[in-house]
Design a protein around this ligand. Structure first.
Ligand code: PEP
Ligand code: MN
Length: 368
């Protein structure tokens, strides 16, 4: 029901509504492509001028040239002014909603280093481990098994986002300490999910990569806080997020100061109920075409069925994924969460053998 005062305030807002309709959203981002021989002083001068005009400035230093991203209200006059500065090759307004994640802003692919491993290079990353940390002995046993089978990183949830508040919620801080110990014993870098911004510092001090789960993909406050730390972020796609919304979530992290975002396709909700989710593998080449970020695939959550994990892993590598995230449990029928989609260590070892062969064939490197 519309109250008396609501009418009044609607009336007052009408002129603003017209202004909005007449002047649709203005360009808020442009990139300044510097000449390949541009000097540091010229780059500095362009940055300075943009700041004077009220822009926020982000540098992307490539091997060939520097690109400056400028966030603010772009007018033709500012664009003309910047174009006359020495060292500037061209100014390009970016129309699409994601800016710093886009290939235009950074034409070279982002390579994210984690110890001696990296995402986004020719290296294949296989992150494996249980859905949740269930205890010290169990985690260390499965961590050693996945390492032996060829996993390059260990996963395990200490904080679990469960649909039901009555389901196992994870071992929380104790789980984190167990993960840190498994990291020390195996030497494998560790990936775990972060749900609460208040725990970021503690989690970041114990693990190598912080995972944003599908359910939190649009928790903008969490994303902004993760933009302030120096740890790679594994950003899962929301169960009903479009690719654009997913890239915008990455944009939140990058624009807050952390460029190290690894995208992870984990299936979306569709009308199909045979599988837990519908694994959208077309997202892999789309992310590669639109952004400079690495992208991996999680066929465990993507299908919900362990028998589908191997074929969909092969398909993911075929589609160009930089890696996989796979749930492994020593006894899936007794797992506290996601048993039906978990591989035994033996099946995981078989999968790794096949995946490495396929990756080597596609990337012509013989070593993987
Ligand atoms: C997980 O990786 O255990 C998890 C909860 O994944 P998602 O957020 O993709 O459901
Ligand atoms: Mn899981």
């Amino acid at each position: 029901m519309v109250g008396k005062n609501d009418h009044k305030s609607m009336g007052q807002n009408v002129p603003w509504l017209f202004v909005f309709l007449i002047f649709p959203e203005r360009d808020v981002f442009m990139i300044i492509v510097m000449e390949s021989q541009a000097t540091e002083a010229q780059i500095e001068q362009v940055g300075q001028k943009l700041k004077e005009k009220g822009f926020q400035v982000h540098l992307s230093k490539g091997v060939e040239r520097t690109i400056i991203g400028a966030i603010g209200e772009r007018t033709q006059a500012t664009q003309d002014l910047v174009e006359t500065l020495p060292g500037v090759e061209k100014v390009v307004p970016i129309a699409q909603p994601f800016k710093m994640a886009s290939k235009q802003f950074k034409p070279e692919r982002t390579v994210i280093k984690v110890g001696d491993q990296s995402f986004g290079s020719e290296q294949l990353q296989i992150i494996a481990g249980p859905c949740a940390v269930e205890g010290r002995a169990k985690l260390i046993e499965v961590a050693l098994a996945v390492k032996e089978a060829g996993a390059t990183m260990l996963r395990g949830g200490a904080f679990k986002p469960r649909t039901s508040p009555y389901s196992f919620q994870g071992m929380e801080m104790e789980g984190l300490e167990i993960l840190a110990e498994a990291r020390q014993i195996t030497g494998l870098p560790v990936v775990t999910e972060i749900m609460d911004p208040r725990q970021i510092d503690e989690v970041a001090s114990l693990v190598d990569i912080l995972q944003v789960g599908a359910r939190n993909m649009q928790n903008f406050f969490l994303l902004r806080e993760l933009g302030k730390i120096k740890r790679p972020i594994l950003l899962k796609r929301g169960p009903s997020a479009t690719i654009e919304e997913w890239i915008m979530a990455a944009e939140y992290i990058i624009s807050s100061g952390n460029p190290e975002v690894i995208m992870c396709e984990r299936g979306i909700r569709s009308f199909e109920h045979y599988t837990r989710n519908t694994l959208d593998l077309s997202a892999v080449p789309v992310i590669k075409n639109l952004t400079h970020l690495p992208v991996i695939v999680d066929p465990s959550h993507g299908t919900g069925k362990w028998k589908l994990v191997e074929p969909m892993s092969m398909a993911a590598i075929g589609a160009g994924a930089d890696g996989l995230m796979i749930e492994v449990h020593q006894n899936p029928s007794e797992a506290l969460s996601d048993g039906p989609q978990s591989l035994t260590p033996e099946n995981f070892a078989k999968l790794v053998g096949k995946i490495k062969k396929l990756h080597a064939l596609l990337h012509n490197d013989g070593e993987q």
